[in-house]
Write a protein that binds this ligand. Sequence first.
Ligand SMILES: NC(=O)C1=CN([C@@H]2O[C@H](COP(=O)(O)OP(=O)(O)OC[C@H]3O[C@@H](n4cnc5c(N)ncnc54)[C@H](OP(=O)(O)O)[C@@H]3O)[C@@H](O)[C@H]2O)C=CC1
Ligand SMILES: O=C(O)C1=N[C@H](C(=O)O)C[C@H](O)C1
Length: 245
Amino acid sequence: MPLKILLNGSKGRMGVAIANCAEDNDAMIAAACDAGDDASAVISGCEAVIDFSFHEVTPKIAVLAAEHKLPLVIGTTGHTSEERSAILSAVEGKIPVVWAGNYSVGVNTLNFLTRKAAQILGEKYEPELMEMHHHHKKDAPSGTAERLIEILKESYDYSDEHVTHGRQGLTGARPQKEIGVHAIRGGDIVGEHTVYFIGDGERIELTHKASDRKIFAQGAVRAAHWAVGKSPGVYNMEDVLGLVD
Ligand SMILES: NC(=O)C1=CN([C@@H]2O[C@H](COP(=O)(O)OP(=O)(O)OC[C@H]3O[C@@H](n4cnc5c(N)ncnc54)[C@H](OP(=O)(O)O)[C@@H]3O)[C@@H](O)[C@H]2O)C=CC1
Ligand SMILES: O=C(O)C1=N[C@H](C(=O)O)C[C@H](O)C1
């Protein structure tokens, strides 16, 4: 039997991509919600919840999924730290949640390779990050970039103070302990991320280019299947793919 999904944000770019790939991925959209709809009125009978909507909405969906003891897949990005805390307190100890800024196999491989490259290269290869997205995107840096920043911070033992978003004016020389982050917006770019490790005499560039939203949609449905029956906890797509070091 196909997995019965409640899809929040069903009319958006990602909502449509998920609906298009559901059948081929042993799932069906049993309930669809958008702005103005009451998700609590249609959740009964669903087996998992997938949220690709807007950052303000996810905390309410998390409360609803927890009340109904349903696994939750969060694809929405751009949450404030207050929203992140609200989501965590709604779900912790209650349901399995997969929460990832990017559900593609390729980007999660990029995460893995970034961690490896940072370990091998060390601080002398200065990390910079660039992300590019379509002009509709409402948040920056992207959720994918946020995860890459997290991986770089862990790898170098850096904190938020070491992260610089864009540069302007008399910046002075680049401190060695720094992660530079740059966001480009325009046209219909689905999503591109490059991690640079810039050394003296050479540099490495790890790039992922998304050309079709189906890669995120397929990953999100895969995550929903994976989450069914898992213990309560917050997981990411690297857990789903088994990308452990
Ligand atoms: N993790 C991943 O792999 C990926 C994550 N994303 C993220 O997913 C999110 C959605 O992206 P995208 O589909 O491009 O955005 P869209 O703006 O195309 O779609 C968002 C949808 O959510 C709806 N929405 C807004 N408010 C509510 C509400 N209160 N309840 C239910 N639905 C609501 C919108 O409706 P309306 O238009 O009426 O406001 C719209 O249909 C973004 O945060 C994006 O960054 C995107 C791609 C991949
Ligand atoms: O908004 C988008 O489109 C995307 N958002 C995700 C992000 O913020 O990283 C993933 C993907 O890059 C597309």
